[in-house]
Ligand binder design. Structure first.
Ligand code: SAH
Ligand code: SF4
Ligand code: F3S
Length: 466
């Protein structure tokens, strides 16, 4: 279903009104945006920042300096919600110090009625909530909070349309996320996402291609197409065709996509990837969740272990060096030792570059939350540790292959772990640390890998001939 509406003018009017109010105060107010969760939420966070800046706010480094705090929450596991709630709790004393502070809670947690109620009753300093499908209503809600001094809790009011043309403040100039579809129709039995993000809606292909073209013209070198099930994209064309059209755009940039559902990896998509090796990053994130058919069926994943391995084979036949990464859930209700062993078996057979493992977290309102789960906490965490050990071993093995090789790296900036080094990513998505200079940031550079750890490659810049 194609479903796009340019809300530019309505939103622009509202933004101008907030901006005028802010200007009238004679000072530039600060905005602090904090995002939890997946890349889709990151992309939403960039839009929240973009709108805030257009409304006259200037980004600040610390929440203490802010006049507007936006918390962009995730609800996928309980831990994510509890973390967000605890950070929201710290806004209490900020508000006491600065009575003019406006605290807005956005993101997936605010699409859950029970959490909205909790915020309304227990967190009086939260001025508004804004669920993901109402993102574009930030200016309107903010204006009403400012003008009427009333709290607003938007829930379930949204028409399922996609607003086009919202301002965006990208975190990096050289890297960008482009959301191409929203929502999910799959209802995996453990997952809250279909409830908080609604049904699948895809943007029109022309708007996407135009956005990518503009990003490339602006110097962007690494572009990730985003969707909860990005390869289920369907509007006036399907995902494979959309990829093909983007691949044909001129410029030096890498194209990525996240997250794919194994049921929708078409031969056509594989063929498009293989036909554009310079353009499409040689990486496929293919969430397995479990290697046991019994559990996969209880999860409603719509594939078997054999079918999944068949897809891996199709990918590797077309692209022998493709990096594969995956998500696995440990301790799904009723998971037996044999089910867990089946998962480990598939992991070893595939030999992933990276495994993201999660302890099952029951989500209220999902079918799995009502399933019997006789596993004890100790059993679950023992399995989790075993899985982590297996994942670390695999990551180390896949990284070791890079030792001594020269790889092309897009330089991101100073490393978060070591301020003396810079970090970047290879086309396959591997994290690399090396010494570099500010002028290397945002550029493709060649790095020779000297040493490989499980989760980072250490290397040195290869001097380019002038
Ligand atoms: N749409 C994507 C990502 C969904 S959320 C997909 O289908 O893969 C990201 C990951 O969180 C999932 O792949 C899954 O491994 C994990 N996850 C989702 N719900 C969970 C839950 N209730 N408990 C633990 N992990 C969960
Ligand atoms: Fe959740 Fe499944 Fe949809 Fe992914 S495909 S978002 S795991 S329901
Ligand atoms: Fe979390 Fe929402 Fe993403 S629940 S994982 S932020 S879609």
């Amino acid at each position: 279903m194609e479903n796009g509406k340019n809300v530019g003018r309505d939103v622009a009017d509202m933004m101008e009104r907030v901006r005028a109010r802010n200007r009238a105060t004679g000072r530039t107010p600060g905005v602090y945006v904090i995002t939890f969760g997946c890349q889709q939420n990151e992309a939403d966070g960039e839009k929240l920042r973009g709108m805030a800046e257009q409304m006259g706010y200037s980004p600040v480094e610390r929440p203490e300096e802010a006049d507007l705090i936006l918390l962009n929450t995730c609800a996928v596991r309980e831990h994510a919600e509890l973390r967000a709630l605890s950070i929201i709790g710290t806004c209490k004393h900020l508000r006491e110090k600065n009575p003019g502070l406006i605290v807005g809670v956005c993101g997936c947690m605010t699409a859950r009625g029970s959490r909205v109620e909790q915020l309304r009753r227990g967190y009086p300093y939260v001025s508004f909530t804004l669920e993901p499908s109402a993102l574009h209503r930030l200016p309107e809600v903010l204006l009403s909070v400012m003008e009427q001094h009333k709290r607003r809790f938007l829930l379930g009011e949204e028409a399922e349309e996609i607003p086009e043309g919202l301002p965006v403040r990208r975190t990096h100039r050289h890297r960008a996320y482009v959301s191409i579809m929203y929502g999910c129709n799959n209802f995996c039995t453990y997952c809250i996402v279909p409830y908080v993000r609604g049904r699948e809606r895809s943007r029109g292909s022309a708007a996407i291609v135009d956005e990518v073209r503009a990003l490339v013209a602006d110097g962007c070198k690494d572009i990730t197409l985003l969707g909860q099930n990005v390869n289920s994209y369907r509007s006036d064309c399907d995902f494979a065709e959309l990829m093909d059209r983007i691949c044909r755009l001129p410029g030096d940039f890498l194209l990525r996509f996240m997250t794919s559902h194994p049921k929708d990896v078409s031969d056509r998509l594989i063929a498009v990837m293989a036909a554009h090796p310079e353009r499409v990053a040689p990486h496929f994130h293919l969430p397995l969740q479990s290697g046991s058919d019994r559990i996969l069926s209880a999860m409603n994943r719509k594939y078997t272990a054999k079918g999944y391995l068949g897809t891996v084979e199709r990918l590797r036949r077309a692209m022998p060096d493709i990096a594969l990464t995956t998500d696995v859930i440990v301790g799904f209700p009723g998971e037996s030792e044999a089910d867990f062993a089946a998962t480990c078996d598939v992991l070893r057979r595939v030999g992933y570059d990276m495994v993201y493992s999660f302890l099952y977290s029951p989500r209220e309102g999902t079918p799995a939350a009502n399933m019997e789960n006789p596993l004890t906490e100790a059993e679950r965490s023992a399995r989790f540790s075993r899985l982590l050990a297996c994942a670390n071993e695999m990551a180390a093995a896949s990284n070791r292959k890079y030792e001594g090789c020269a790889v092309r790296v897009l330089v991101d900036g100073v490393s978060k772990n070591d301020s003396r080094l810079y970090s970047g990513r290879t086309a396959a998505g591997k994290l690399v640390h090396f010494a570099a200079a500010p002028s290397d940031v945002g550029e493709f550079r060649t790095v020779r890998i000297l040493r490989a750890d499980s989760y980072v490659l250490h290397g040195e810049l290869v001097q380019q001939k002038p």
